[in-house]
Design a protein around this ligand. Structure first.
Ligand code: URA
Length: 422
């Protein structure tokens, strides 16, 4: 087998054979296929697509590139959630302990932020002492004793995806449905969860900008999970506007703790409960009541034990950025749009995200949102507060916010997009 013939097959809109797929994934993982050759193949796939048979084989080859975890010895059914990524998407933080409080085991292997979307591990690392890197034994111990664990995927899990995802990120080949679906599902299937709920984001702040693309991605991933014996369902949820009232690491932890304490923004609570119900249903626990577990403090108890089991202090003060700047409403009326992408880019520029994988993030950086679409605003009232340790970034962040919101005259009709679209 030679890599040039594999690239040519896809370049010329052909179907990759199972042998070609198995070989190219294995050879790339071992370093026999070079990055420039794999990036040419990834671009050919982005431009010319893959059919279901090819996607299934590609996913299976990525799973086979590493180890598989096994949670079958646990006494509880396992349930996991994966979001395709968005702005202010802190849902994993309240969701994992909530679902654990209702009786499922939640092994949540999470990632770091890259570009304008935040990462769960970066958020949790703003809690003093908390560790994202656990051995497989430590992960199982935390899961078994607290019911939930949120940690980084070990190097042994789908190593082909780890390499390929980093390559796609720097070659403009992330936004391809076959590559996104196989990337996400190879990790989730290798992780060994019994059931999986996918939160497929739709809108300006998401990879999928249209509902049609989001449907296709969701259907592809549900098909892959089901074929591998994982009970998989998907919700399509809104990412045209940021979730909740914060974007940034420690800011989002604070908001998540508010949700666990029975408060928090309505959209974050609604999505957390909707995903919790799907996860509990998929795990065979349809009678559990997640709203009760939020209200009676049992989800908060699991959160505290889970954070402490990973070295974190749930009572420690969270980091606060050294500098703030407020953006005020230029007119009175109704806020009719607040664009998720613009807010995400601004939070990233303030230091909440990274430009390269190895960059550090600022725990306190980010954006507080004082008004959401549909809210009435008065000229001069705060709309957004920018937080950073590096005030020279204010101008750069403010530039990203230009044109990201609209204010209509008082009385302008506003039709809210539902949080859960389908
Ligand atoms: N998340 C992943 O894990 N992979 C992708 O390709 C996109 C989002």
């Amino acid at each position: 087998m030679d890599v040039i013939s594999v690239i040519r097959t896809k370049r010329d809109r052909g179907e990759l054979s199972p042998e070609q797929i198995d070989w190219v994934i294995d050879a790339y993982t071992r370093g026999e296929v070079a990055d420039e050759q794999m990036s040419a193949l990834a671009m050919a796939i982005l431009l010319n697509g893959m059919n279901r048979t090819e996607i299934a084989r590609w996913t299976a080859a990525m799973i086979a590139s590493g180890e598989r975890m096994d949670f079958s010895a646990l006494s509880r059914p396992t349930a996991d959630k994966h979001s395709t990524g968005g702005v202010g998407d802190k849902i994993t933080l309240p969701l994992a302990p909530l679902v654990a409080a209702c009786g499922a085991a939640v092994p949540q292997l999470s990632g770091r932020g890259l570009g304008h979307t935040g990462g769960t591990l970066d958020k949790l690392e703003s809690i003093p002492g908390w560790r994202a890197l656990l051995s497989n034994e430590e992960m199982l111990h935390v899961l078994d004793t607290t019911g939930a664990v949120i940690c980084a995927a070990g190097d042994g899990l789908a190593p082909a995806d780890k390499k390929l995802y980093a390559l796609r990120d720097v070659t403009g080949t992330v936004e391809a449905i076959p590559l996104i679906a196989s990337s996400i599902m190879s990790k989730k299937i290798a992780e060994g969860t019994g059931s999986l709920v996918l939160d497929v984001k739709v809108g300006t702040g998401a990879f999928m900008k249209t509902i049609e693309d989001a449907r296709e991605l969701a259907a592809t991933m549900v098909g892959l999970g089901t074929d591998h014996g994982v009970k998989t369902v998907a919700l399509l949820t809104d990412m045209a506007t940021p979730l909740g009232l914060t974007a940034g690491n420690a800011l989002e932890v604070r908001e998540s703790v508010e949700v666990l304490a029975g408060g928090g923004p309505a959209d974050v609570v609604e999505l957390t409960l909707a995903l919790a119900r799907e996860m509990l249903d998929a795990a065979g626990l349809p009678d559990a009541d997640p709203a009760k577990a939020l209200a009676d403090g049992s989800a908060m108890d699991v959160w505290r034990r889970m954070i402490a089991a990973q070295g974190g202090d749930p009572d420690a003060a969270l980091p606060v950025a050294r500098e703030r700047q407020t953006i005020t409403a230029p007119a009175s009326g109704v806020l009719t749009r607040l664009d998720a992408y613009g807010v995400g880019v601004a939070a990233w520029r303030l230091g909440a995200g990274r430009a390269r994988k190895e960059d550090p993030v600022q725990a306190g950086a980010g954006i507080e949102i004082h008004a959401k679409p549909g809210d009435r605003v008065t000229e001069g009232q705060p709309l957004l507060t920018l937080h950073t340790d590096t005030p020279e970034k204010f101008a750069y962040a403010t530039e990203a916010l230009e044109g990201t919101y609209d204010i209509g005259a008082a009385g302008t009709a506003y039709e809210a997009t539902p949080v859960v679209r389908e």
